[in-house]
Design a protein around this ligand. Structure first.
Ligand SMILES: Cc1cc2nc3c(=O)[nH]c(=O)nc-3n(C[C@H](O)[C@H](O)[C@H](O)COP(=O)(O)OP(=O)(O)OC[C@H]3O[C@@H](n4cnc5c(N)ncnc54)[C@H](O)[C@@H]3O)c2cc1C
Ligand code: SF4
Ligand code: SF4
Ligand code: SF4
Length: 402
């Protein structure tokens, strides 16, 4: 009985918690051919104890979440310009993390390793260490070392974990099993899905070709170079100098990401982004009509009404933020909550083949995607791009109409 059993209900999320909890160190984490982290079991070491299976989403029945209207949703932004400019939305991830570190919590969050070009979960003890969590890294995170450290060393400490709903689900399941959930604060993000690492690898090759630099000491996946809201912009810096800023439209990484064709398979029908049963607080961008003209950044903070810890934590940071409460129809309705994406399997395979082919570039992969689209879809995209290049109030006006 282990995570290779066939009676699965869902696909693997790449959370890596199975490897962290295995008492025999029988599970290794590898990137598979398509660029997703996957567990590999050493049959010689496995004793069939089933612990890995007990934390795994693949076998979990996720009940429909019925309390959406009871959740406490806030549009919130840090008062500090320094925080908002360095974060993805309104900086609430950073503000909550700062509060928790000050209260003596160890904080687990995602940093970017510029030597290996991967996102990695790390354990921060100090405010300085937690600064590197700022900003979304829109790729899967290598969680194994941090999650193993929680399992082996920190179950009796005060710990806060920030991650995707699938990370938080697995951690929550384990903590409840070990009766340690009370020591923890769990904060997840609104989640559209995570793309293959092969997309990021190819994108970096493309950027290197433009900058003639093999390395960067700063990578921002969602720079606010053109303002928050309409644009998804990647930026690389070295020694404080900006080497690359992607254009407002047609960025190759985001074109492939938002095609939805290169996401992890589990993201297509993910039940975890549509429940708050494992989490105390969920953070995201405040999409919807209310803040279309805002270029600074607004976070959506959803506090689980059933979590006393979540409510108390949000109360404690209120003096550092501006905030306003909103009904779910103003914000959650604009998220991927409850959505299921269609997979065009043949096209998905073609795109993965293109990414795996060293003779092809990311531009070739984008071309394959573009050529697969109908004339109507291509014209629609051109019209959208045309609007995005207009002055910000015009963009906001059209977005409001849509
Ligand atoms: C793959 C992915 C998909 C997302 N999809 C959506 C979406 O559909 N809708 C939406 O509103 N928001 C989405 N977000 C969240 C959004 O991008 C911001 O992370 C969120 O709004 C917090 O920003 P902030 O300004 O409050 O704080 P920040 O300080 O910028 O917070 C960033 C937080 O995200 C964590 N983090 C960074 N990278 C990762 C990662 N790869 N995996 C897990 N955790 C990470 C950090 O540890 C930190 O706690 C997504 C984020 C990721 C990583
Ligand atoms: S979903 Fe997570 S726990 Fe389950 S097999 Fe995949 S990595 Fe392991
Ligand atoms: S069944 Fe037990 S020993 Fe085998 S891989 Fe899972 S946790 Fe490890
Ligand atoms: S959509 Fe679901 S499975 Fe995919 S990264 Fe987000 S939480 Fe994990």
């Amino acid at each position: 009985m282990n995570i290779h059993d066939k009676d699965t209900l869902h696909e693997c999320t790449s959370c890596q918690m199975c490897a962290a909890v295995c008492p025999k160190q029988a599970i290794d984490i590898h990137l598979n051919q398509d660029g997703f982290y996957r567990p590999v079991i050493d049959g010689e070491k496995c004793v069939d104890c089933g612990i890995c299976k007990s934390v795994c989403y693949k076998y979990a029945n996720i009940p429909e979440y019925k309390d959406v209207d009871k959740l406490l949703n806030y549009a919130a932004s840090a008062k500090s310009d320094e925080v908002v400019s360095g974060t993805t939305s309104g900086g609430l991830g950073d503000i909550l993390c700062e509060q928790l570190v000050n209260e003596g919590y160890l904080c687990v969050g995602v940093t970017y390793n510029t030597e290996k070009n991967i996102a990695v979960d790390t354990v921060a003890k100090t405010r300085e260490e937690s600064i590197s969590f700022r900003g979304s890294k829109y790729i899967q995170s290598y969680t194994y070392d941090a999650f193993k450290s929680i399992v082996d060393n920190h179950l009796n400490d005060k710990v806060a974990v920030f991650g995707t709903p699938c990370h938080i689900f697995a951690i929550d399941k384990y903590l409840k099993k070990r009766k340690k959930r009370d020591n923890f604060v769990l904060i997840d993000i609104y989640c559209h899905g995570c793309p293959s690492m092969n997309v990021w690898k190819r994108y970096l090759e493309y950027v290197n070709g433009k900058t003639h630099e093999k390395s960067y000491d700063y990578v921002s996946f969602r720079s606010k170079a053109y303002g928050w809201g309409s644009y998804y912009v990647a930026q690389m810096k070295k020694g404080g100098k900006t080497l690359f800023t992607s254009p407002k439209i047609n960025d190759k990484f985001y074109t492939l990401f938002f095609s939805d064709l290169l996401l992890n398979e589990s993201c297509y029908d993910c039940k975890l982004r549509s429940t708050m049963d494992s989490t105390d607080i969920r953070i995201g961008d405040f999409w919807g009509k209310a803040y279309l003209k805002n270029t600074r950044g607004v976070s959506l903070v959803t506090v689980n009404h059933a979590s006393e810890k979540g409510k108390a934590l949000f109360d404690k940071v209120k003096n550092k933020i501006t905030y306003k409460q909103h009904p779910a129809t103003d914000c959650i309705s604009f998220q991927s909550w409850g959505l299921k994406y269609d997979i065009e399997s043949e096209l998905r395979k073609k795109l993965f083949d293109s990414l795996a082919d060293s003779r092809q570039t990311i531009e070739d992969t984008v071309r394959i995607l573009w050529q697969s689209r109908s004339l109507k879809a291509r014209l629609k995209q051109k019209a959208k791009n045309f609007i995005l290049l207009m002055p910000r109030p015009v963009v906001a006006f059209f977005k409001g109409l849509v």
